[in-house]
Each structure stands twice: as C-alpha cells, then as structure tokens.
Design a protein around this ligand. Structure first.
Ligand SMILES: [Zn+2]
Length: 148
C-alpha cells in the first residue's frame, strides 16, 4: 500500500485526481499508481486509484469541511434559515415564559403575605388557647368543697 505524500501537490496533466469514497477527501496521485490501493490521508480508508480522474466526490461521501460545493452552501443556507425560525419561535416562547414567571412571582409574593397573616392569626389563636387551657386547669384543680 502506498502512502500519499504531502498536502501541497503540483498536479501534472497525467496525474489522477480522485476522491475517497468514504469521506470525500480529494487526492492526487501519479498515473502509475492506477489500480493500486492507497490509504486515504483523512480517514485511512483503503482506496483503489481509479484509471481516470474524477470530477466530483462519490455520492454519499462525507465532504470534509472547507471543500463543499454550491449544493452544500445552499444546504447550509437552508439550515441557517431553519435555525433562525427556531430562534424566533424560542424567543417568543421565552417572552411568554418570562411573563408567566413574573405573574407567578407576584402570586408567590401574595401567598407569602397571606401565609404571614395566617401565621400571625395562628399565634394569637395559640395564645388564646394557652389562656383557655390555663383557666380550665385552674378550674379542674379547685375542689368544690374548698369553697364552702
Ligand atoms: Zn477518506
């Protein structure tokens, strides 16, 4: 198996220009290498050097970043558009959630005030209960006979 040399190659007329069928990486090799198996420098996939130069990466190949053609940028534009729509939808949703959160915070503050009021009333009630209990205890201790 021959290893492909450096990244900067001067392409000769008789060189074979081809693509890795696995990852789409472009490669150039001397015409004498036709039919030989070479390792893709990008993904290490074993590629047989074709008899003729190829024009485009094979269908289904993963095109490495920075080498995409026109179709790819159209795809990216479409993806960007979808992402922007998602962003708008999420922003609107965030606005709703923020509004709802503010409402719930107000509600919670009101509940806290009510709980404080209830707590104050409970304390009065507790004090009253203690007073009543004390009176009842006193009443139970007193023997009716003592009074006569
Ligand atoms: Zn590859």
């Amino acid at each position: 198996m021959a290893e492909l040399a450096s990244q900067t190659v001067i392409v000769q007329e008789e060189d074979i220009f081809f693509f890795c069928p696995n990852c789409g990486k472009s490669m150039v090799i001397d015409v004498r290498a036709v039919g030989l198996a070479v390792d893709c420098p990008n993904c290490r996939f074993e590629v047989e050097v074709p008899a003729e130069s190829q024009e485009a990466p094979p269908a289904g190949a993963l095109v490495p970043p920075g080498t995409e053609g026109g179709d790819r940028s159209a795809e990216l534009r479409k993806a960007l558009e979808v992402a922007q729509n998602d962003m708008q939808r999420l922003s609107a949703h965030l606005f709703d959630v923020t509004k709802r959160r503010r409402y719930l915070e107000k509600l919670r503050a009101a509940h806290i005030r009510q709980m404080e009021q209830i707590s104050a009333h409970m304390q009065s009630l507790h004090a009253a209960m203690e007073g009543i209990t004390a009176v009842l205890r006193e009443a139970a201790r007193e023997e009716p006979a003592d009074e006569g």
